[in-house]
Design a protein around this ligand. Structure first.
Ligand code: HEM
Ligand code: NAG
Ligand code: NAG
Ligand code: NAG
Length: 522
């Protein structure tokens, strides 16, 4: 007590009474401090419910040093140790990884409104004019407007139907190109990417760019989009230490900006060209760009739609639509190269439904049940967004009995769920037959199978993805037999994680024509 009494050094004790009061005050203070401390302890212990379990973080860096770039398999491994919900301390941010159907349902359905938010990484913000697009906008009226515009004017059934001729034109052009290369190896991913890109840009701005220029633009796009999705998937210091972001230590912002500027210039030149065409009264193109420009001119200030919003939407369609579709087609072809009997069954179905004397049309697609099962099985084994797009709760809430703090980055590991042996029989075998019974769909109602996500943030392009993947696969397999180059015994099916899951080795396969009438290839 004597050393504690020293805190009263400024209160000169001149008599006994003063000394007594002083001791009494000291005692009261000590008791108060003890109570306060006990209260704090109780509060922290009662931090109810607690945060999810997880590997012990190091001071300052947390679990970052141990992060494996193949995030989906790394997360799957940790889930085996820590359970279906676990936490990683990623610098200043908390990452929460969910890997069971019931917890996925809690996040994407029961607490959908809370989790329908995003925390855009630097790379995402740079490429989308500050995160003002559909993918990265927070849940709210702005996001709703953008999403509605895209679904109604471009990605819905009716609009898709209206521009079938564009898709047909591009797919036929690719088939004819592959035909002219019969017998030599074709890079399946590259050809598909060019087709899908042309198909999407055609839907976006019609025939504004044509011919030779279109091809060189396509090659450039593929490179830029590929690099972008790779950067988007890479964990980066600036994201985990927002206070360090302005130093851009790894140069992500710089690299991404350079890529972004190349696309931005392309958009600018297309828009310029269109505005000039409109001025000169050259024929009106009723495409998506036309609609967006009109929307911009009529925009009210409550939920604004500016030139930047317009370009951000173009970016979403180009970046979100191409790599995803392409990789699904490439995975399907790769899996079938290793399982010829599946490929033969698809071709038999095509011969039955389409026949050998005509070409595949989109109207055939609803009758191709076996091919649909192949696509579903590919999306099960290789969901192109294996962790969806990270969600971010707008307030702290409870999931699976644990607290998920506001602002956490929530990854739903759909890849793990799609390979869970308690749900799927021999989960790592490619077996389209399991989807023949029509029990599974990907509308987001089933939390055992949701390659497009679920809830408010479910993929906006599902209808288009489905059509494009089916149409491309049907045309490739109806027109050609495919074999591996001399010396290649099997296709390497290992995966490489960006934000998009790609084949680690690009698929090269040799086409030979299988339709007797050469006119069907022109
Ligand atoms: C096989 C092809 C595709 C797959 C597997 C796929 C899957 C997904 C997934 C898993 C999400 C995230 C859902 C979530 O956050 O929980 C997503 C979001 C999105 N996708 Fe797709 N997608 C595909 C193709 C497309 C296409 C072709 C387009 C458009 C042209 C598109 C546009 C979008 C957009 C705009 C979002 C953001 C939605 C939002 O945040 O509100 N996707 N997609
Ligand atoms: C769009 O078409 C697909 C099949 O062609 C159908 O299953 C789906 O219900 C349609 N969606 C709407 C909104 O009409
Ligand atoms: C295509 O492959 C199948 C099965 O391998 C074979 O029976 C058929 O003759 C091939 N078609 C042509 C035109 O080579
Ligand atoms: C954790 C990490 O280092 N992530 C990546 C950040 O971005 C650069 C590229 O700009 C990558 O090389 C790093 O691997």
């Amino acid at each position: 007590m004597s050393s504690l009494s020293n805190i009263w050094w400024w209160w000169e004790a001149s008599n006994q009474k003063d000394q007594f009061t002083r001791s009494l005050l000291t005692l009261t203070l000590v008791v108060l401090v003890i109570f306060w401390y006990a209260w704090l302890l109780r509060k922290s212990r009662n931090q109810n419910p607690p945060l999810p379990p997880g590997p012990r973080p190091l001071p300052l860096v947390g679990n970052l040093p141990f992060l494996d770039p193949e995030l989906h398999t790394y997360f799957a491994k940790l889930a085996r140790t820590y359970g279906p919900i676990f936490k990683l301390q990623l610098g200043n941010k908390v990452g929460v990884i969910v890997s069971s159907p019931s917890l996925a349902k809690e996040v994407l359905k029961d607490k959908d409104t809370t989790f329908a938010n995003r925390d855009p990484p630097i790379a995402g913000r740079v490429t989308t004019y500050g995160g003002i697009d559909i993918v990265w906008s927070p849940y709210g009226p702005q996001w709703r407007l953008l999403r509605k515009v895209c679904v109604r004017e471009m990605l819905g059934n009716a609009s898709l139907e209206a521009v079938y001729s564009h898709r047909r034109h591009e797919v036929r052009r690719t088939i004819s190109y592959i035909y002219s290369n019969s017998g030599s190896p074709v890079n399946v991913g590259e050809q598909t990417f060019l087709t899908v890109l042309n198909l999407i840009t055609n839907m976006l701005w019609g025939g504004t760019i044509k011919g030779e220029k279109q091809h060189s633009l396509g090659v450039e796009f593929r490179q830029v989009v590929g690099e972008m999705t790779e950067l988007l998937g890479k964990p980066n210091v600036s994201d985990f230490y927002p206070s360090l972001a302005r130093f851009d230590l790894q140069g992500v912002e710089r690299d991404m900006k350079a890529l972004f500027l190349r696309l931005d210039q392309i958009f600018d030149s297309v828009i310029d060209h269109r505005l000039k065409m409109d001025e000169q009264g050259i024929k009106e193109c009723h495409d998506f760009l036309h609609f967006l420009l009109k929307l911009k001119d009529e925009s009210d200030s409550q939920t604004p739609f500016t030139m930047l919003h317009l370009k951000a939407l173009l970016m979403d369609m180009v970046v979100g639509g191409t790599d995803t579709t392409t990789n699904t087609v490439e995975w399907a072809m790769a899996e079938m190269m290793n399982k010829q009997e599946t490929m033969r069954k698809v071709q038999e179905e095509l011969d039955r439904v389409v026949g050998g004397e005509s070409i595949v049309e989109e109207s055939h697609l609803p009758k191709l049940h076996y091919l649909a099962a192949v696509m579903k099985e590919v999306l099960r084994l290789h969901p192109v967004l294996p962790l969806l797009v990270p969600h971010c709760p707008s307030s702290s809430c409870t999931v699976g009995g644990y607290t998920v703090p506001k602002g956490a980055r929530v990854f739903v590991n759909v890849w793990t769920i799609h390979r869970d042996p308690s749900i799927w029989e021999s989960p790592s075998t490619f077996e389209p037959e399991r989807f023949l019974n029509d029990r599974w769909d990907y509308s987001g109602n089933d939390f055992n199978y949701f390659p497009f996500g679920s809830g408010r943030r479910i993929c906006a392009g599902t209808a288009m993805a489905e059509r494009t993947v089916m149409y491309a696969l049907a045309s490739l397999l109806h027109s050609f037999n495919w074999s591996l180059p001399e010396g290649a015994a099997e296709v390497d099916l290992s995966e490489k994680f960006g934000i998009v899951l790609k084949a680690a080795t690009p698929l090269l396969a040799i086409p030979t024509s299988r339709l007797p009438d050469k006119a069907l290839y022109l």
